[in-house]
Write a protein that binds this ligand. Structure first.
Ligand code: SF4
Length: 352
């Protein structure tokens, strides 16, 4: 049976090609085509490889782990891409243009089909969990989104692991994908431009730190008491706030970098002045910055976005305590591509 050619190191591919009787430098050429070319679709296009080597590869491997099933484009330029996996499952990635530099993009990457985390404000949670993605399926979201939806003059600069799924419940595959995405030999993204966002799984945070990949960590906090957080995010019963703060304190942060704490602002749920003060106290032991996320209402879920004045008051309190705070408006709301709105073909299936 054929397997993916992605996420195989130059060394592994060299060994295999030598065993098969091809020159050792072919593996470097293959990897160059796979990760640096922005147009490659077939082994036939690897024109500097001997024909027999190309046939050998085509016989044993496939290039794409995902196929584009559908694309929706928002009025703000955001594209929500529905990918079909080779086993028929679906995932989504979201490609967002920068607010100022319109030719610079960020890709929101998925790490699981569905999600087991059951956060009560999130649509993806309603899909349930289907399976983990493999390293090639994670890497291909990046390579195929760039190949199919960006021109040569457009640059995919940032990757955020905030799509469907909890990355640190699939840590091994995520770390393998990150090594390929950030290594200069393969995709060469700067680790400073890559962020893994988690609900807070301390063993996963530890493994990510120990892996040495050097990417940014974001933690989706959303509440300042265990009681409320357990209501919003049931995983908190297993890993309460104190255990997350400890895990973040031990995360190896490169100099001048900070951990981002994400806080979805829910009207009259977590947006009081007391919440803001508690948040400032909680984060004191950590080099932290805060993203306040304007909530995108999801049909049938009981939450509303905080009014602008609540958000501003909350922000001010944190700023006076010396935190850097950004207020984030999700992109692609009109195509349901915003935070917490990714649901693969779940909604499609429900409407049939
Ligand atoms: S918010 Fe993230 S972790 Fe929580 S259910 Fe949604 S996708 Fe999963």
């Amino acid at each position: 049976m054929k397997r993916s050619i992605k996420a195989i190191t130059v060394q592994e591919l060299t060994d295999e090609l030598i065993r098969a009787g091809y020159k050792h430098y072919s593996a470097r050429q293959v990897c160059h085509w796979l990760y640096k070319s922005r147009t490659l679709r077939s082994f036939d296009e690897m024109t500097n490889l001997p024909k027999e080597a190309r046939w050998y590869l085509a016989e044993h491997y496939f290039i794409d782990s995902l196929a584009v099933e559908n694309v929706q484009e928002s009025i703000d330029g955001t594209k929500k891409i529905l990918y079909r996996l080779r086993d028929g499952e679906f995932i989504e990635s979201v490609l967002m243009p920068d607010n100022k530099k319109r030719d610079v993009f960020t890709l929101c990457v998925s790490t699981q089909v569905g999600c087991p985390m059951k956060c009560t404000f999130c649509l993806t949670a309603q899909m349930g969990y289907i399976r983990n993605l493999t390293p090639p399926e994670i890497i291909d979201q990046v390579l195929i989104s760039r190949r199919e939806f960006l021109t040569e003059n457009q640059c995919l600069r940032n990757l955020v692991f905030m799509g469907m799924g909890e990355p640190l419940l699939n840590t091994q595959a995520v770390v393998t994908a990150l090594r390929f995405l950030t290594s200069p030999q393969y995709c060469a993204f700067s680790p400073r431009r890559v962020t893994v966002s988690t609900v807070g799984i301390p063993p996963g945070i530890k493994k990510l730190g120990e892996s040495g990949v050097g990417v940014n960590l974001a933690l989706s906090l959303n509440a300042t008491t265990n009681e409320l957080r357990s209501q919003l995010m049931p995983i908190n019963k297993k890993y309460p706030i104190e255990s997350l703060i400890d895990a973040c304190r031990e995360f190896p942060l490169p100099r001048r970098r900070r951990i981002t704490f994400e806080y979805v602002m829910l009207k009259d749920v977590n947006d009081t002045e007391e919440d803001a003060r508690r948040l400032a106290r909680l984060l004191r032991p950590i080099r932290a910055k805060v993203n306040l996320i304007v909530y995108n209402p999801v049909p049938h879920l009981p939450y509303e976005p905080s009014p602008q004045e609540h958000i501003e008051r909350f922000r001010q309190i944190l700023v006076t305590k010396n935190y850097t705070v950004a207020v984030r408006y999700s992109k692609g709301k009109d195509i349901k591509a915003a935070c917490g709105q990714l649901a693969g073909n779940y909604l499609l299936a429900q409407s049939h």
